[in-house]
Ligand binder design. Structure first.
Ligand code: SF4
Length: 348
């Protein structure tokens, strides 16, 4: 109960916006308001054909969109603002972590996430972003690519130009990449059912714009992101996506990576309700290989996301018991882009 002797703080309109979007998408999860805001939400390493990658998830106010059907990434975030001092402390904590320090001269790529939009200045402080870039230049002498996860509506080309200019001051030339969530190619699946809120013309404008600056693009797709899709329909949606992205890459001359995530059943979402009543099952690793095989001979590179980041409900992962060796094969594909591996996993 409120103490009437204390002045009550005004409600945060951004937190209300997030709560409204969450409730409107029938999501049942809460936020992580007990996390130490001086440490990142999480970080891990990946191996790809680009070399060793540091994937850093900073702890900020949650994604303002918060509507996508199968997404519970905001559960790791705060519903309240996280100011620039705290976010800068997270940057310091990341670069002081022994696991990062020990491989700082080997890191070739950093992907920056806040499980939302790093370029949304409302939830991710600009001061902290500039500070992060300064730290990258100071601590990662071989950094080749900086990737920023964002929704398209937060992209401002002047901001990207400034970031790219700062990155050029590092010891190694560092390319700027934008990482965009696309999730599904079919318009109805993507926007009417999954509620991504992404139109093809927005994406095509972005491709044309960033091609002029030679920035790179990473596009996240999900295999079988909604209930009511057969395995063949899910694979076919990714094949259409690959054809579309390849055409964009050729037309605009943009360097494009397809990041394909087999869908896990995210706890607290509508997808979990369908999983529990038997109307949704996650895709298989074999179908993931079948989907990605279509990229052979295209201008695209492919990275397969093989972790549910601990966000799947019990039994809701796409990896079945005993499938560790298949995961290892797909990780080898991520490092080599050797399509013979995918053919072997797909049983072709
Ligand atoms: S998928 Fe991305 S944009 Fe959609 S709700 Fe999740 S974090 Fe937000």
């Amino acid at each position: 109960m409120n103490d009437p002797s204390q002045p009550s703080s005004p409600p945060d309109p951004i937190a209300q916006e997030i709560l409204r979007a969450t409730a409107g998408s029938r999501k049942l999860y809460g936020f992580n308001d007990t996390h130490d805001p001086r440490t990142p939400a999480d970080f891990w390493f990946q191996e790809s054909d680009e070399g060793r990658i540091l994937f850093a998830v900073f702890y900020t106010q949650a994604c303002r969109w918060s509507r996508c059907l199968g997404c519970n990434l905001p559960t790791r975030m705060s519903q309240h603002p996280v100011g620039f001092r705290l976010l800068m402390a997270q940057v310091d904590a990341l670069f002081a972590h022994p696991d990062v320090m020990i491989c700082s001269d080997k890191l070739r790529k950093v992907i920056v996430s806040n499980n939302g939009s790093v370029l949304d200045q409302v939830t991710f402080s600009s001061t902290a972003l500039i500070y992060l870039i300064a730290k990258l230049n100071l601590h990662l002498p071989r950094l080749a690519v900086l990737s920023l996860e964002t929704r398209i509506e937060h992209v401002e080309i002047e901001e990207l130009e400034f970031i790219a200019r700062a990155l050029r001051e590092g010891e190694t030339p560092t390319q700027l990449e934008l990482a965009i969530g696309f999730e599904a190619f079919d318009n109805r699946v993507r926007n009417d059912i999954f509620r991504k809120g992404l139109q093809l013309h927005q994406f095509e404008n972005l491709c044309r714009t960033i091609a002029r600056y030679r920035f790179h693009l990473k596009c996240y797709f999900m295999l079988k992101p909604i209930p009511g899709m057969t395995a063949d329909e899910a694979v076919s949606d990714i094949h259409r996506a690959i054809d579309y992205l390849s055409a964009q890459a050729r037309a605009c001359g943009v360097t494009l990576n397809l990041h394909l995530n087999p869908t896990y059943v995210a706890a607290g979402t509508v997808l979990e309700q369908h999983f529990r009543d038997g109307t949704y099952t996650p895709p298989t690793l074999r179908d993931t290989a079948r989907a990605a095989l279509h990229a052979q001979g295209t201008p695209l590179t492919v990275f397969l996301g093989l972790s549910d980041e601990g966000l799947a409900c019990p039994g809701g992962s796409f990896v079945q018991p005993q499938e560790g060796p298949i995961v290892a094969q797909l990780e080898a594909f991520n490092r080599t882009q050797d399509y013979a591996i995918l053919r072997s996993v797909a049983g072709l």
